[in-house]
Design a protein around this ligand. Structure first.
Ligand code: SF4
Ligand code: SF4
Length: 157
């Protein structure tokens, strides 16, 4: 009985806190809608997707593969990104490049974004700055896992 009473007291306390936040935030929201400036930041919900929040300059978004001046991928298939990836979602296959300066290029480069945890380790590990996560694209939901698999063509676009 005492246990049940304590339980209900906690529910009432929680409800009071939630209601207080709701009323205070609604108050600031109405003031902002009416054009008043308030000192309080973050009281208003961003009306996504009509309104979009500015992405931080050091954000990590959709990957992209960088190109050389001649349009070829910068990647030299060193496999560092494949090795460091904690989700094991990068797959790379090498082919021989006729240019002796380059030696190898990726004939296949796949990132399975359905498994990627966006840690950025692959970008940090790359010695050629061939891989970046600065596209600013954070909306790439798909209906199937297959569509989340990005190949060389998609990554180099
Ligand atoms: S961001 Fe992390 S999880 Fe995603 S591909 Fe790169 S290393 Fe793997
Ligand atoms: S670490 Fe960079 S150069 Fe090495 S395989 Fe990955 S993308 Fe290519």
């Amino acid at each position: 009985m005492i246990k049940a009473l304590g339980y209900f007291i906690e529910i009432i306390k929680g409800s009071i806190i939630t209601t207080r936040h709701f009323v205070v935030n609604m108050h600031f929201h109405i003031l902002k809608v009416l054009g008043f400036k308030t000192k309080r930041k973050g009281a208003v919900t961003i009306q996504y997707p009509e309104q979009k929040r500015e992405i931080a300059s050091r954000h990590r978004s959709l990957h992209r593969l960088m190109k050389r001046a001649d349009g070829k991928p910068r990647c030299v298939v060193c496999m560092l990104c494949v090795t460091v990836c904690p989700s094991e979602c990068i797959y790379v296959e090498a082919a021989e490049d006729p240019d002796p300066e380059i030696q190898k290029y990726p004939s296949i480069f796949i990132i399975d974004l359905s498994r990627c945890c966006f840690c950025g380790f692959c970008v940090e590990a790359c010695p050629e700055d061939a891989l970046r996560m600065d596209t600013g694209k954070i909306e790439f939901a798909e209906y199937s896992r297959e569509d989340m698999v990005y190949n060389l063509e998609k990554l180099i676009e």
